[in-house]
Structure formats: C-alpha cells, structure tokens
Design a protein around this ligand. Structure first.
Ligand code: CA
Ligand code: CA
Ligand code: CA
Length: 472
C-alpha cells in the first residue's frame, strides 16, 4: 500500500514536472516574440536611456560628425524598437514612414538586389551578412579546395570565383569600393537592423549583389561595364537592379539589356541624374528609356523640394525620394553623408524589396505601380515628377492591403493609379548642361579618394560618371 502510494506520488510529481516544463516553454513566446527578442528590445531601450560608455571608435565617429548616440526621444508611435545608434539622424527614414512600414515587413532574404556601382565594403559592420552569395562558387571542389578561391569558374557562368558579384572595371572578383559611393548606396538599401551598429537600411532583410562598373583609378568603358553588369544581374537571379549612373546619350545595347530584364520581370530603379536639367527635354539614360520596368527617381530635401542639382520632368521622372545629406555606410566600417538622386534611388529600391517581400506573387509592373500610386502628393513636386509624389513606404504596403480587401483580388492596380498629371511649365531650375555626349552626371572629376579620407567632404560627391570623369 505504502509502495503504491509512493508510486502514485512519484507519477503525480512527474506529471506536474512535465506540465511545468510545458507551461514554461509556452511562456517563452509572448505575442510571437521569443524571450531573446524581448530581452534584446529591453536591452536596447536600456541602452537608449542610460548614457553608455562610448567606445573609442564611437568617439572618433562623433568627432567626425558622422554618427551620434543621442536619442531624440521623438518618433511618436514608434513600435519598432531598434538599437541602431544613428537611426535618428537619418531624416529620410522618418520622411518616408519607414518605421511604420517595418512593422509590416523588413524585407526578405530571398530577394536579390543588384547594386551596379563602385563596389562594396563587404566587411562593413553594418552590411556584413546582407550580401548575396553565389552558391555555385561556395563550398569545396572535388580536390577539396574552396570554390570561392580555386581560380576555377565552378558554376560555369563565365566568371571565376564570383562569390558576391563581379568587378567589370578590373575584370576580376575584387569588389573593393575605392570610391565610397557603392557602399553608401548599399547601406541605404540594406544596412542591417537592430545590430547595435550605425543605421538601418530601407529593407534590412535583403541579399545584395555587388557589381562594380566604375573605378576612379581606371579609365575603362563605363557604359560597356554597365551593360555587362545588367546581363550578369539578369543571369544570376537579381529581382531588382539599382543603378545610379547614366548619361545623356542612349545606347542600343543598354536598352536591349533592359528589355531582356523586362522580359524576365526584373525591375530597374534608376537615378534621374544630377544635371540640373529637365529630363523631358534633355533625356537621361537609362532612366528615360520608357520601359515598364524602369522607375526614374529624383531627390528631395527635408522640405520636399527637388534639389537644384537633380533632374526633373513631368513626363520622364516618376517620383521623388529623400536625397539630401543622407547618412549611410562608407568603406572601412564608417558612416557619412552624401547627396544626390543616387541616394533617392536607393530609397526606392528598398521600397521595391519591401513590396515584393509583402507580396511575393507581384509582378515587377505591380511593384512599380503600387510604389508610384501610393506616394504622398506634394504641391512642390507638381512640375517636377510624373506622379507629383514622394515615396511613402508605409502606404505602399498598407494601401495595397486595403485594395486587396476591398476587391478580394490582387492588384488590379490601375484603379488607384492617378490619371496623367497633365503638363506643367517647369519650375525653372535652369536648363540642361548642354553637354550632350557627356555621361558624367555631376560627379567630381578627382574622385581618387583614399579610404582614410572619407569625411563630410563626401557630401558633394554623387554619382560616378560612366564615360571618364569630367566637369566640376
Ligand atoms: Ca571557383
Ligand atoms: Ca563563376
Ligand atoms: Ca544597423
């Protein structure tokens, strides 16, 4: 009898123990957040509210005016709590309602964005982990050597050891960014969120393919490199291409490459250019090829005014996004500001990632329509862009949802596309530069910057030229 009772007590104890384990395990998730996530958030808010001891590096960054640990305690209704110290300094994030958008989606690691630019800092503390890797050049070959460095084109795509992209300027796999522009663009698109470093990209979940078409130290064929980069991006599975370069002369081969991208459903987000001109009169390419898969972007300041240096046009420029004094990543795990339509373009590329992540079934044309249709209308943009709108990330996600719930169908997007804004006299930003053959959109000619020289002087440097450096 006693033994029976003992047994009973034992089993009761065991039952209670298992029940306890079960309850504990259940409680490790609150409203879909794991204990670790919540712990991180609490740590993040603690860090914000105390004055943390600054690392030497942070102090140096503060001295350089690059990033600040000050939290402004603003951001009304900020539900996404992030611990990235310089986020508050990135005015474009608030302007485009990124914080609210991130409550819905922060992108997807399945989406590959090709950044055709000056290279990338692959080891940057705020970018590492968000680069695309070519699986065909990963792992070990049959001799036990790492495919990424065996000097063999393992995936037979025509490029040897192309792990994260290709350098078309030097014809090798060295993606070093010896200019700074490419790394800056990469940060705006896909700097990592909540990692305790720097800023947050518009789509912090993404895979960025790095294609270098411009090297300030080489006088190579920038247009040819651009076209080759388009073909690489198409071949290797990019869903979106970000391109900040351009020129006033069209190219048959370039247009053909972009038509191929169109057939494959790949979006090109292109800078309207920094030539101070009306693109309706002085066309700028590739932004102005008029293909359904191209979005042309101009740049605004915090007052929603198109920058004097930015191209505009009610027929050719689709929309506007933040482009003045944009804080982002620079080589050597540093941060700094740059200005121009390149920066605005990167915002819209990030937006495209968010829209795709939220609706993976969308076609490129859907993504374009929704981004354009859901921006904020602004009087200041009436004579400047086709849509008279500035990018609004939150609305690009929410308005899609409301359309879907209203119609029960996905994206018959023409319903919310505004009719033509008609034609307006341009606001008089001055005419074009008159240098028809030039493919150098406002870049500084002497851009041979040493990696240690990145500073606020970088602000004025914008788009790298395509055909040799010139002007200014
Ligand atoms: Ca290889
Ligand atoms: Ca290869
Ligand atoms: Ca970050």
């Amino acid at each position: 009898m006693l033994r029976f009772l003992k047994n009973k007590l034992f089993y009761l104890g065991l039952f209670l123990f298992i029940l306890g384990l079960f309850i504990f395990n259940k409680n490790t998730h609150f409203h879909g957040h794991s204990i670790n996530q919540i712990k991180n958030r609490i740590m993040a808010s603690l860090q914000e509210n105390t004055s943390p001891t600054l690392s030497k590096k942070k102090v140096r960054e503060l001295e350089l005016g690059q990033i600040s640990n000050k939290s402004k305690n603003t951001q009304n209704e900020q539900k996404v709590i992030l611990n990235d110290p310089a986020l508050q300094q990135a005015w474009g994030v608030e302007k485009s309602q990124a914080l609210k958008a991130w409550e819905i989606t922060q992108g997807s690691n399945d989406i590959i964005v090709a950044i055709i630019d000056t290279g990338c800092d692959l080891a940057h503390e705020d970018l590492d982990g968000n680069y695309w890797s070519n699986q065909g050049e990963m792992g070990l070959d049959k001799n036990g050597q790492p495919k990424q460095s065996n000097k063999i084109d393992d995936d037979q795509n025509g490029f040897i050891d192309d792990v994260h992209g290709w350098n078309f300027a030097s014809k090798n796999n060295d993606l070093t960014d010896n200019h700074g522009h490419g790394t800056h663009i990469a940060g705006i698109i896909g700097a990592r969120a909540n990692n305790g470093h720097g800023i947050v990209g518009i789509s912090p979940n993404v895979k960025m393919m790095c294609l270098k078409y411009y090297d300030p130290k080489l006088n190579s064929d920038h247009l040819g490199n651009t076209i080759a980069s388009f073909h690489y991006a198409i071949k290797m599975g990019a869903k979106i291409i970000n391109y900040s370069g351009g020129g006033t002369e069209p190219s048959f081969e370039e247009k053909a490459a972009l038509e191929l991208a169109q057939e494959k459903g790949i979006l090109l987000v292109a800078a309207a250019g920094n030539e101070r001109s009306n693109s309706d009169v002085h066309h700028y390419y590739p932004a102005d090829y008029g293909l359904s898969n191209i979005i042309s972007v101009t740049a605004i300041n915090p007052n929603t005014e198109v920058l004097p240096s930015s191209n505009y046009g009610v027929e050719t420029v689709d929309l506007a996004a933040p482009g003045q004094n944009i804080l982002s990543t620079l080589p050597g795990s540093t941060y700094g500001y740059m200005t121009g339509t390149s920066q605005a373009t990167a915002f819209v590329t990030g937006a495209a990632v968010l829209v795709y992540a939220h609706h993976p079934e969308f076609l490129h044309s859907d993504v374009k329509k929704y981004i354009l249709a859901t921006g904020d209308s602004q009087k200041t943009l009436l004579a400047k862009t086709k849509t008279s709108k500035q990018l609004n990330l939150f609305k690009s996600l929410v308005m899609m949802d409301s359309t879907i719930s209203l119609t029960g169908l996905k994206g018959s997007s023409s319903q919310i596309i505004p009719s033509s804004t008609g034609s307006f006299e341009n606001g008089g930003n001055g005419g074009g530069s008159g240098e028809g053959s030039r493919r150098a959109p406002g870049a500084s000619g002497n851009s041979l910057l040493d990696l240690n020289q990145f500073s606020r002087d970088m602000v004025k440097k914008t788009t790298p030229p395509r055909k040799g450096a010139s002007e200014e």
